[in-house]
Ligand binder design. Structure first.
Ligand SMILES: Nc1nc2c(ncn2[C@@H]2O[C@H](COP(=O)(O)OP(=O)(O)O)[C@@H](O)[C@H]2O)c(=O)[nH]1
Ligand SMILES: [Mg+2]
Length: 201
């Protein structure tokens, strides 16, 4: 059964390893650089205006946030990476929380997929490539969501998608979904895919 999206709670805010959620629900983690449209994507998927804060201060979140969807699965909002303005100590903390979610998390086997965001127009940045490479190495399944698709004309969007599909760093047969939080493009496809992978439909 699909989750009732009226029943969503921010179940846990984890700033360190010991705070990672420890129960048996499947998890889907959302990863991407700051400003790629991650908060907008989560809000759009869940029909909320401001569940995940659309930040005017990029890179501010240094916690792993767990949204419980009707006790059926978790959406896990990972910190945005790759924002140069927040260098030094903060950047390290940012990387280490995300890193430990994958490497020091006893429940990582419940992670069904990472929803990896890439700006469709911009393409994968060096930080995106590092993240994708990291997932390839750890054998973590992922879906690429190409954000802000509405910013491109149809022909341009098609071209950008082809380019993304042929990007060597992205594992072959990876699902790539163009998305717009503005128009709702890609929303049904992504939600359906998540529910399938969570064995809810
Ligand atoms: N045109 C367009 N703009 C978007 C879309 N998604 C996000 N944005 C804008 O991109 C900026 C960053 O969005 P946000 O969701 O806060 O990104 P985050 O830092 O990755 O969480 C904001 O100004 C959003 O309004 C989209 O689908 N289309
Ligand atoms: Mg955000």
């Amino acid at each position: 059964m699909k989750p009732n999206l009226h029943n969503i709670t921010l179940a846990q805010v984890a700033g360190k390893t010991e705070q990672f959620v420890d129960d048996n629900l499947y998890q889907f983690a959302f990863a991407g650089r700051s400003n790629v449209g991650k908060s907008s994507l989560i809000n759009s998927l869940l029909d909320r205006k401001a569940l995940a804060k659309v930040s005017s201060n990029p890179g501010h979140t240094v916690t792993v946030n767990y949204y419980n969807l009707d006790d059926k699965l978790y959406f896990v909002d990972l910190p945005g990476y790759g924002y140069a303005k927040r260098g030094g100590k903060n950047k390290n903390q940012l990387l280490s929380v995300t890193d430990s979610y994958f490497t020091q998390n006893p429940n990582v086997d419940l992670l069904k997929s990472v929803i990896q965001l890439v700006d469709l127009k911009v393409g994968p940045t060096s930080d995106d490539k590092a993240m994708i490479d990291f997932m390839n190495q750890l054998n973590i399944p992922y879906i690429i969501v190409a954000t802000k698709a509405d910013k491109l004309k149809k022909a341009e969007a098609k071209k950008a998608l082809m380019k993304l599909k042929s990007n060597m760093i992205i594992k072959q047969d990876t699902l790539i979904i163009p998305y717009s939080a503005k128009t709702g493009q890609g929303k049904m496809e992504l939600l359906t895919e998540i529910y399938k992978r969570a064995e809810l439909i």
